[in-house]
Design a protein around this ligand. Sequence first.
Ligand SMILES: [Zn+2]
Length: 157
Amino acid sequence: MLKVNLRHLEEKGIRLRGELPVAELDLTVHDELVLAEKPLAYDLAVELLHDSVLVTGSLRLPLECECARCLKKFTTDLTLAGWALHLPLQGEDQVSVVNDCVDLTPFIREDILLDFPQHPLCKPDCGGLKVKTARKAKAVETLAPDPWAKLDKLKLK
Ligand SMILES: [Zn+2]
């Protein structure tokens, strides 16, 4: 778990850098096209503000994907470069503090999941399985009724 000890923040902010095993992130994603097996890399600055904790920095999670269009396997990084997290220490939304520590893991999990690719593509303009889709498109074209042909028939009557 990625925890911050508030006592360590009292004098000055701290920097957290390292890797979090993906198992601890507990991403319950059942997506056959996207696999997360490598650890999440984090580089975060943590500061204690008046009545809250501010976390800023970057998160990077390597993903192994299968293109939703052409089924090619590829790797990509889910990167949250300007990630910022504001954790109130007072009031209704106050974060839970256990033994002076705040666990950042659930907040990281939430934001990683929000950014998780729903429809991974090997490249933005992936044409998919080209031959098949081209044929399909043509078939649809020839089957579509031609409005001018109908009009001609009407004129003949
Ligand atoms: Zn593709």
